[in-house]
Ligand binder design. Structure first.
Ligand SMILES: [Ca+2]
Ligand SMILES: [Ca+2]
Ligand SMILES: [Ca+2]
Length: 585
C-alpha cells in the first residue's frame, strides 16, 4: 500500500518536472521570437515613429518626408515607405529640436491684429487675409472662421462665468441621404453662426437641421426676420456678404447652394446652383462647403465633386433692392482619373470650405487630393464692360498633393503662406496606406513643387480609433506659434506650427468634431457630451489650464463651432436648441 503510494508520488513528481521543463522551453522560444519581432520592427520602422500611445497622436519628424511626391499621383508604394522616417532616434520622433520649441518672438500676432508680409510668394496682402475679419465696412464674424484664410475667431470680451442667457428651438428634421433616412436635431458640424452688426442690432444667422436659416436678435433670441425654409437640413455655416450687400450665402442638403436677400420683409432667394442640374456630377449632391466671397467672386465646392468660382455681379435695382447676376467663371473637377483609380471609389466630394491666401485658393476632397489654383484673375479690377476671365487657363492649377484620406476639415493658412491640412478615415474605403504614411495633421509648403521637392514640412499621426474611425474632422485653429487640433480619437492637441512638435495634449471627448476658436487668449471648444470648455492660452508653451466649463442640460454634443462676439458665445447643440452663453450682469 505504502509502496504504491510512493511510486505514484514519484511519477507525479517526474510528470511535474517534465511539464515544467516543457513550459520553460516554450517560454524561451516565445521570448526569442518576441526579440526577433522587436528587432525587425526596430530596423524597419525606426524607433521614434508611430509608437506613441496615449491619446493617439505621435509627431513625425520634421522636413523629412522624402519620397512624398509633391504632385499627384505620388510615388509608388515602394518610395512611399520611406516617408517620414523617425530619423532622430530620440524617442520623440521630432528631429532637430531639443524639447519644447517656444519662440520668444512669435511670428504671428494676436488674432485680432493684421500684419502684412508683402513680397512673400502666395502672401499678397488683401483685405482680411490674415487674422482679421474679411469684412472691413461693418463689424462681424461673417463666415466660417471669419476670413478667407480661416483664422479670425470673433471679438471679446469672453464671458468669465457664463450661463445660458437664451435658447432657441427646438429644431429638427428628417433627412434621407444615399438611401438612408435619419432624424437630425439642432445644429451640428461645422455650423458656426454668423454674428454681425446691422442697422443698430446684432444679428445671429445660422442654418439648422430643421431645414431653416434663422435670423435672430443677439440680445433677445427673437427673430429679426422670418426663417428661410429649404427642402432639407442645413449643415455647414451661413455666410454674410463681407462687403455689406444684404445677402446671405448658404448650401443645403436639398442639393442647392443659394444666395438669399435679407433686405425685404421675408428672406428671398435670388439665385441657386443646383447639383442636380450642373453637369458631370460625380458623387453626392449636398453643399456642406461654406463659401468665400472676395472682390465680387464666390469660391465654393460641392459634393458633386466640383469646385466653382462665380462672378456675382452684385448691385441694386431702381427701388434700392439688392440684386445678383452670377456667372460661373470656373467649373473645376476636384478629382483626377488617377485619383479615382487609386481610390477605387468615386467619393471625391468637396465638403471642406475653400481657403484663400492672396492669389491662391486651396481645397481638398473626400479622396484626399489637395489642390491649389492661381486665382489672381479675381484680384484685378475689371474695366467698365470688361468680361471676367473664364475657364481653366485663367485659373491654372498650381499645386496638387495627395494625402490619401478624406478631408472634411477646412484647410487653414498662416501668414507665411503655409497650409495645414487635416484628414480622417473614410468609412467605405477603410484604411488608406497612403494616409498612414503621410499622417493626419499635415503642414504643407505649397511653393515646394519642384522635381524632388516635397511640400510636407511636418506631419502628426493621429491614429487612435473611435467607433471604427480615426483622424480629424475639426478645422484646426492657428494662434500665435501654435496650432490647436481636437481629434476624433479623443484628444485636444497643442502643436508648435514651426516644428510640428506636440507641445501638449489633453484627453478630450471622443468624436471631437467641433472646431476650436481663440479670443482674448481663451481657447473655446465644445465636446461630445454638451460641455463647452474654455482654456487659458496666455502662455502658449504650457498645457493650458481650464478657465471654466459650461454644460448644456441635455448633455448633447456641441459639435458646432462657437461664435464669440462681445460678451456672448453663440452656438447650436445636437439637443435641438441654439444657445447664447454669457455672464448674467
Ligand atoms: Ca442631397
Ligand atoms: Ca456631407
Ligand atoms: Ca468627406
Amino acid at each position: 500500500m505504502e509502496r504504491r503510494v510512493i511510486t505514484r508520488a514519484d511519477s507525479e513528481r517526474r510528470r511535474r518536472q517534465r511539464r515544467r521543463r516543457l513550459v520553460i522551453r516554450w517560454l524561451a522560444l516565445l521570448a526569442f521570437l518576441a526579440i526577433v519581432v522587436l528587432v525587425v520592427l526596430f530596423v524597419v520602422r525606426g524607433c521614434g515613429d508611430g509608437t506613441a500611445a496615449g491619446e493617439g497622436a505621435s509627431p513625425t519628424s520634421t522636413s523629412t518626408a522624402q519620397g512624398t511626391s509633391s504632385t499627384e499621383p505620388p510615388g509608388s508604394s515602394t518610395t512611399a515607405t520611406s516617408v517620414v522616417p523617425g530619423a532622430s532616434g530620440s524617442g520623440t520622433g521630432v528631429s532637430g529640436t531639443a524639447g519644447l520649441s517656444v519662440d520668444p518672438n512669435p511670428v504671428s500676432p494676436d488674432t485680432t491684429v493684421a500684419v502684412a508680409h508683402a513680397g512673400q510668394p502666395g502672401d499678397k496682402r488683401v483685405p482680411g487675409s490674415f487674422y482679421g475679419p474679411i469684412n472691413t465696412e461693418f463689424e462681424g464674424l461673417t463666415m466660417f472662421r471669419g476670413n478667407a484664410s480661416r483664422t479670425y475667431y470673433g471679438e471679446g470680451p469672453v464671458p468669465k462665468d457664463p450661463e445660458i442667457l437664451w435658447k432657441f428651438g427646438p429644431m429638427s428634421g428628417s433627412s434621407t441621404n444615399l438611401g438612408k433616412t435619419t432624424t437630425w436635431t439642432g445644429t451640428g458640424w461645422t455650423g458656426q453662426p454668423a454674428v454681425f452688426e446691422r442697422e443698430g442690432k446684432t444679428w445671429v444667422v445660422f442654418g439648422a437641421y430643421d431645414y431653416k436659416i434663422h435670423f435672430l436678435d443677439a440680445e433677445t433670441g427673437e427673430k429679426l426676420l422670418p426663417s428661410f425654409k429649404a427642402g432639407d437640413i442645413f449643415k455647414g455655416s451661413a455666410v454674410v456678404d463681407p462687403d455689406a450687400y444684404p445677402l446671405i450665402y448658404m448650401g443645403c442638403r436639398d442639393n442647392k447652394w443659394r444666395i438669399i436677400a435679407i433686405d425685404r420683409a421675408e428672406p428671398t432667394e435670388l439665385f441657386n446652383l443646383n447639383a442636380d442640374e450642373l453637369p458631370n456630377r460625380v458623387w453626392n449632391d449636398d453643399w456642406d462647403s461654406s463659401v468665400v466671397i472676395r472682390n465680387d467672386y464666390a469660391f465654393v465646392g460641392g459634393e458633386n465633386s466640383h469646385f466653382y468660382i462665380l462672378k456675382l455681379n452684385r448691385g441694386y435695382d431702381s427701388t434700392g433692392k439688392v440684386t445678383v447676376d452670377p456667372e460661373i467663371v470656373l467649373d473645376h473637377p476636384a478629382w483626377t482619373q488617377s485619383l479615382l483609380d487609386k481610390l477605387g471609389s468615386k467619393d471625391v466630394s468637396v465638403e471642406n470650405s475653400p481657403c484663400l491666401v492672396g492669389d491662391r485658393v486651396y481645397f481638398s476632397n473626400s479622396g484626399g487630393l489637395v489642390q491649389g489654383l492661381d486665382v489672381s484673375a479675381t484680384l484685378t479690377e475689371l474695366a467698365p464692360g470688361e468680361r471676367p476671365a473664364k475657364g481653366k487657363d485663367a485659373y491654372p492649377k498650381v499645386f496638387s498633393f495627395w494625402t490619401g484620406d478624406d478631408t472634411d476639415a477646412t484647410i487653414v493658412a498662416d501668414e507665411q503662406g503655409f497650409i495645414y491640412v487635416c484628414q480622417h478615415t473614410d468609412d467605405a474605403r477603410g484604411k488608406s496606406a497612403r494616409a498612414e504614411e503621410v499622417g493626419q495633421i499635415i503642414k504643407l509648403d505649397p511653393r515646394k513643387t519642384g522635381e524632388g521637392e516635397t511640400p510636407v514640412v511636418w506631419s502628426v499621426k493621429v491614429t487612435k480609433m473611435s467607433g471604427g474611425n480615426a483622424g480629424v474632422w475639426a478645422t484646426p485653429a492657428i494662434y500665435k506659434e501654435m496650432l490647436y487640433v481636437p481629434t476624433h480619437g479623443g484628444a485636444l492637441l497643442g502643436i508648435d506650427r514651426e516644428t510640428g512638435e506636440v507641445v501638449w495634449q489633453k484627453p478630450f471627448s471622443e468624436h471631437a468634431w467641433g472646431s476650436p476658436v481663440v479670443v482674448d487668449k481663451t481657447l473655446i471648444i465644445g465636446d461630445t457630451y454638451g460641455t463647452l470648455h474654455a482654456y487659458d492660452v496666455s502662455d502658449t508653451s504650457v498645457d493650458p489650464p481650464a478657465l471654466w466649463e459650461l454644460k448644456v442640460p441635455s448633455g448633447s454634443a456641441l459639435e458646432s463651432t462657437a461664435a464669440v462676439w462681445k460678451g456672448g458665445i453663440y452656438m447650436g447643440s445636437r439637443d435641438g436648441y441654439f444657445y447664447k452663453f454669457g455672464d448674467r450682469s
